[in-house]
Design a protein around this ligand. Structure first.
Ligand SMILES: [Zn+2]
Length: 454
């Protein structure tokens, strides 16, 4: 018998966290923080874990909405054993330390106890790591007699170290997709899936509501991106590209550098910096051990200047430059936010957005604006008249909705639980799965709503 209980992230892209009880073994899948909320509201509903059996935490990848609440969980339940891929462990060491200063700036309620650097160090040391396709035991201390539970990570093709998690018990297979991408990006190849029948899948639905005709193929997107970059650079302008430091930074840097090497993109100074540059090193160290394209490309060796070593923002306009800066959604007080304020007033230069922007973020307002519009980035900022070009691209690290259906088809499940998508995304996925095979039972997930499976 298996119980599945969402603690967060069920019907939205939020604080992803799910509790599983398999014949007495207690397993938590992911432990994220809500990207748009702050303080206690950003955490999964840990109170739902009171009186539950708790043994293991398995983390699918190191994005904030899948891992950043882990230190809070371990404060409450220090006996939990944590397992990730080696790459996720290495990235988490950087990103969880980095999160401390961001949390400190965001939280006004001082009674909310954030974690310390020492606690992060201890936590990272306590993480056990398993490579892809290396099965390991996760049977709990109070498991029913004779019940053995194992887990295995499958490369999810989303960011370095990302994993779909296969859990086996009594010859029954359960699969948690995490964030999954079947298509190739510039560095990472697409996901690999278990080649067996799965009884129950918990499936992400990020692009369930997005018509795939609106999403170009990765290579086609690159061609338009490169010709747009050439337009700006060749007229002497500079381009600001806000990115997430895990995943998008490495994919965009690779895309730009390889096109310059091929002679398709005019050479210009490339600026990077911050935690993304440190994550580049982890991509480099792991280039032979994960399923990568561009295996020989070492991101650290790509000629690049540091955004933090300029005298003034004006330096970035002396020669045509490409600035790859976090954060991806231009959240207040980040580098991309600060630079965007200057960029917006710079005639001849451009801001290129390359991924998803949540509504209510400065990045969303910039992405929607066009030259000549007047915009206000945040409540405390003055109105600015947009004088630079703004171009939007979509380099997606998630499966298109037809690919999500393909995952269901290949794993041939009896049950599908839809998570990590807005209500429209979940509706489209649910209706399409039933249309494809009406023998499959489709479940929607809700925080605190327990589902039972045989
Ligand atoms: Zn992710």
């Amino acid at each position: 018998m298996i119980t599945f209980l969402p603690l967060g992230g069920a019907d939205e892209i939020g604080a992803n966290c799910y509790y599983l009880n398999i014949n007495g073994s207690g397993i938590i899948l992911d432990c994220g923080m809500h990207p748009k909320k702050t303080g206690l509201n950003a955490l999964p509903k840990f109170e739902l874990l009171e009186n539950k059996t708790l043994d293991y935490v398995l983390i699918s990848h190191a994005h904030q909405d899948h891992i950043n609440a882990l230190p809070f969980l371990i404060k409450k339940f220090p006996h939990l054993k944590i397992v990730t891929t080696p790459q996720t462990r290495a990235i988490a060491e950087l990103t969880l330390h980095n999160a401390i200063s961001i949390l400190g700036q965001q939280i006004e309620d001082k009674s909310f106890n954030i974690y310390s650097h020492d606690e992060v160090d201890l936590l990272i040391k306590s993480i056990d790591y398993k490579s892809y396709n290396d099965q390991f035991d996760i049977t709990g201390l109070k498991a029913a007699r004779g019940s053995v539970v194992t887990a295995e990570f499958y490369d999810a093709g989303h960011v370095l170290g990302s994993a779909g998690i296969l859990i086996k018990y009594d010859d029954i297979n359960f699969f948690y997709s995490g964030d999954i991408n079947l298509s190739c990006q510039s560095i990472l190849n697409g996901a690999s899936l278990p080649k067996l029948k799965v009884k129950t899948i918990v499936l992400e639905c990020t692009y369930g509501a997005t018509d795939s005709s609106e999403l170009r193929q990765w290579e086609d997107e690159i061609n338009i991106f490169v010709s747009s970059l050439n337009n700006v650079i060749n007229r002497g302008g500079s381009v600001l590209i806000p990115v997430f430091s895990l995943g998008k930074m490495q994919e965009i840097l690779t895309t730009i550098y390889t096109r310059m090497e091929m002679g398709k993109l005019t050479r210009a100074d490339i600026y990077t910096g911050g935690i993304g540059k440190k994550i580049n090193r982890i991509y480099d160290y792991n280039r032979y051990v994960v399923n990568r394209k561009e295996i020989e490309l070492i991101l650290h060796d790509v000629p690049q200047k540091s955004i933090f070593e300029i005298n003034s923002t004006e330096d970035l306009f002396i020669y045509p430059s490409i600035i790859i800066a976090s954060s991806g959604m231009m959240i207040e007080s980040t580098v991309s936010f600060k630079l965007s304020k200057r960029w917006l007033t710079q005639h001849g230069s451009a801001i290129f957005t390359v991924g998803y922007m949540d509504e209510n973020t400065p990045g969303y307002k910039v992405a929607k604006a066009r030259k000549g519009d007047s915009i206000i980035l945040t409540d405390t900022e003055k109105e600015v008249k947009v004088q630079c070009d703004i171009n939007n691209f979509n380099f997606s690290a998630h499966s298109k909705r037809e690919e999500l259906l393909e995952i269901v088809k290949r794993l041939n499940p009896d049950n599908v639980v839809l998570v990590h998508g807005n209500p429209e995304a979940i509706d489209w996925m649910g209706a399409s799965i039933i249309k494809m095979n009406n023998a499959i039972k489709v479940y929607t997930a809700g925080i605190g709503k327990e589902l039972l499976f045989a």
